[in-house]
Structures are given as structure tokens and as C-alpha cells.
Design a protein around this ligand. Structure first.
Ligand SMILES: C[S@@+](CC[C@H](N)C(=O)[O-])C[C@H]1O[C@@H](n2cnc3c(N)ncnc32)[C@H](O)[C@@H]1O
Ligand code: SF4
Ligand code: SF4
Length: 378
């Protein structure tokens, strides 16, 4: 199902993020971007394997280093299988120059802490200057007053702050090495400074990942969110790493028993063979570029060995229609592909490869999609 149909039917996974995507579309669209988006959505709904359209959402990871050790994050667990790098400002600007005719929004994080990049604010400013909406997710530890002013000055539109608890004891179970008071103080100071400077941006979302050990703190967190006057409070069921999607032991340890936060539980995958009863949209809408220039098919994939290309070696648009992209799209399509090559998408447990495009109306299981929210795209 395409984005337009989803919007009309109210089927996108989460209300707050839906508003965010629409707002960026309204703010940053041009006739050319809209025409490209319509073409991309048409190709998605038809299951084309060679695309005339370009991606309209870009995930560009400035930095895959992090000072926290979240156990289910490959960066925190040290299982990323990619060298730790900072993307240079020049590389970032070169990418923006290529994608700006098509990009509605850019997501400036994937596998690291974006505020560790010394030129993150220049990156945000450059994207904004080129009429692209900007989004960051951060653990928000060690945020100084000077950084708060720089965040506001950069024009950053949306920030999602990862804060999964209100007491240090509970917070540090997942955000290992993080300090809860530091994060709360950072949010308080950001909201205050926005008021003082009469700035509406960045829009602040408190993202609370619900896990077994922190669920009891949700009511206190909601109360604090109101007190801090964050613009959104978002609850999200915890996910397991791509390679561990069917790991029952990990699920037992981390995933809540409350049905609405069990969206990523292996029981769904083991029952029906996939998590989302829909075809994957990433190879039609989104391009993911890592700090080393490696292009991954989506934000679930971190290993370098599964890259679809390298922006330092090939042109962006050659990569977008290369054999790997065509093969990945063909998994969700009835159209043949000229030369199939194996990719990480073969056997991916996230999307239903048995119901290729064009889809039947009855095949959407919206009760599932409303329970499962993508932490990056939402
Ligand atoms: C890898 S992090 C990078 C950005 C930043 N370091 C942060 O944590 O916000 C990207 C997103 O994944 C979320 N995340 C981390 N572990 C997760 C998990 N096990 N399930 C779902 N989302 C998770 C983070 O909260 C963040 O929103
Ligand atoms: S703070 Fe973000 S990047 Fe760092 S380990 Fe945790 S989830 Fe991963
Ligand atoms: S099929 Fe799976 S691995 Fe491939 S892009 Fe989609 S979610 Fe990622």
C-alpha cells in the first residue's frame, strides 16, 4: 500500500510521526519533489524493479560512534561489523547537493550518537538551507547550554530524545553509562531556551522504549513529559537486532508482557514467517548512507558485508538501480529481474515476501502495523 493510500486510511504506524512526515512534506515540497514522490509511490504500488524515481527520504548517518552501551543496539553491543567513522562535512554536502531536488526529509542518525559529530550543526544547517527537513534522535547526555543554542540556531526541525525511564536505577538497565538527570536537565533547558528565544524548533519528542524492566515508570514519565512541555511523548515496544529476530531468550528478557508493546516479539514471526504483513517500502522510498559511504538497504541492517554499494566508488543513482536493488525489489514484485543476485533481503523476516505487488486490499493487517513502530522512520 502506498503512502497516499496509507495516509487516507490512517494506517501509518504512529500518529505523532505521521504528523511529522506530513509537516515536512508541506514545508519542503516543490513541484519536482512531489512529482518524484508520486512516481516513487506508483512504482511501490506496482512493484517496479527498475525505478525512474529517486528516493525521497534519506537516512545519512554522520557518525556510528557512541558513548553508551545499549545491549540490543549493535553499536552499544560492539557487533556493528563496520569501522567506527565520522562522515566528513564535504562528503555530506556533496550528498546533499545530489539529493536536494528529491529529498523531502533527511534522518541524521542510524547507528551512533549524532551529537558526537563535531560538525553536526553545520550538517543540519546545510540540509535546512537546501530546503530539506531535518530529524535527529539522541540519547541527550552531556548537552551543554552552548549546544542547546547551537541546536536552535541550526534550524533542526525534529529531535527525538531516547529516554526509557525516570529513575537512574531503571534508565541505566538499557542506557548503560547514561545519566538520567543529565538527560532530563537537557530537555528542561532546551524547552526553556526555546521559549526565551521564541523558537518553535526543534519539535521535541520524548521516545520511551517500553521494556520489561521500565514499564512501571510509564505513568511517572508521562507526568514528567507534561511538566517538561515536550511536544510529543511516544511509547515504542522494544525491538530485537536483525540477526536475533527469533531469539526467544532475548525476547523473554526484554520484551514486555503487555500486548501493545509486544509488536516485535518472535512469536509473530515464528507463527507466520514474517513480522509486517506488507511488502517492504525501503528499496522504493529510502536511501541509507553510512558514515563510511556504504549504502545499506534499510536502517535495520548494519553489517558492511550486506551493503548495496559505496558512494565513494559509484554514483548514487547507479547504486539505486543496481543489480542488488533490483533483486531486492523483485522479492516483492511479480515483475521479473534481469539478473538476480543474493542480498540480505532474501529471507528477511521483517516483511511478507509471499504477497508481492500489486497487493490485494485484504492483505493488510492493520492491527499488526498499529502495534509495531519503526524507531527510525516511524
Ligand atoms: C541506534 S539509535 C541512534 C540514535 C541515538 N544514539 C539514540 O539512541 O537515540 C536509533 C534509534 O533506535 C532506538 N533504539 C535503540 N535500541 C532500540 C531497540 N532495542 N528497539 C527499538 N528501538 C531502539 C533509539 O532509541 C533511537 O531512537
Ligand atoms: S545511545 Fe543510541 S547509538 Fe548509542 S548504544 Fe544506545 S541506541 Fe545505540
Ligand atoms: S527486505 Fe528486509 S533487509 Fe531488505 S530492505 Fe526491507 S527490511 Fe531491509
Amino acid at each position: 500500500m502506498g503512502m497516499f493510500e496509507n495516509l487516507i486510511k490512517g494506517n501509518l504506524p504512529h500518529y505523532t510521526r505521521k504528523i511529522r512526515h506530513i509537516r515536512q512534506l508541506l514545508r519542503h515540497s516543490t513541484p519536482r519533489k512531489l512529482a518524484n514522490l508520486a512516481k516513487a509511490e506508483w512504482s511501490l504500488s506496482r512493484g517496479h524493479v527498475v525505478l525512474q524515481s529517486k528516493p525521497y527520504i534519506y537516512i545519512i548517518d554522520p557518525c556510528n560512534a557512541c558513548d553508551l552501551r545499549c545491549p540490543l543496539c549493535p553499536t552499544g553491543a560492539r557487533t556493528l561489523n563496520r569501522s567506527t567513522r565520522m562522515m566528513s562535512l564535504e562528503c555530506f554536502q556533496g550528498l546533499i547537493d545530489q539529493v536536494k531536488p528529491y529529498a523531502v526529509e533527511i534522518i541524521l542518525y542510524s547507528w551512533g550518537e549524532p551529537f558526537l559529530h563535531p560538525q553536526i550543526f553545520d550538517m543540519v544547517r546545510y540540509a535546512q538551507k537546501n530546503n530539506i527537513g531535518t530529524n535527529i534522535s539522541s540519547h541527550f547526555n552531556h548537552i551543554t547550554d552552548e549546544m542547546i543554542d547551537r541546536i536552535i540556531d541550526s534550524g533542526l526541525e525534529n529531535i527525538s530524545i531516547s529516554l526509557d525511564g525516570v529513575s537512574q536505577e531503571v534508565y541505566q538497565v538499557y542506557r548503560v553509562n547514561g545519566k538520567v538527570d543529565d538527560v532530563i536537565s537537557g530537555i528542561r533547558r532546551l524547552q526553556l531556551r526555546k521559549k526565551e528565544r521564541k523558537s518553535r524548533t526543534p519539535n521535541v519528542e520524548w521516545q520511551f522504549i517500553v521494556m520489561k524492566h521500565n514499564e512501571h515508570e510509564i505513568p511517572q514519565a508521562e507526568k514528567l513529559a507534561r511538566d517538561l512541555e515536550v511536544e510529543q511523548f511516544r511509547l515504542l515496544g522494544v525491538g530485537l537486532p536483525f540477526e536475533e529476530l527469533t531469539n526467544q531468550t532475548l525476547a523473554e528478557q526484554w520484551i514486555s508482557d503487555t500486548p501493545e508493546y509486544r509488536g516485535y516479539h518472535p512469536e509473530k514471526i515464528l507463527q507466520r514467517g514474517y513480522l509486517y504483513d506488507e511488502s517492504c517500502f525501503y528499496p522504493f522510498r529510502t536511501l541509507v548512507i553510512n558514515p563510511d559511504g556504504g549504502v545499506a538497504p534499510c536502517c535495520a541492517i548494519s553489517h558492511e558485508q550486506w551493503d548495496f554499494g559505496d558512494v565513494h566508488k559509484e554514483s548514487l543513482w547507479d547504486i539505486w538501480n543496481n543489480r542488488k536493488y533490483q533483486s531486492a525489489r523483485s522479492l516483492f514484485s511479480r515483475h521479473p529481474v534481469a539478473e538476480r543476485v543474493p542480498t540480505v533481503c532474501d529471507g528477511c523476516l521483517l516483511y511478507n515476501q509471499k504477497s508481492p505487488f500489486p497487493r490485494s486490499e485484504n492483505s493488510t493487517d492493520s492491527s499488526q502495523s498499529s502495534r509495531v513502530q519503526d524507531p527510525v522512520l516511524g
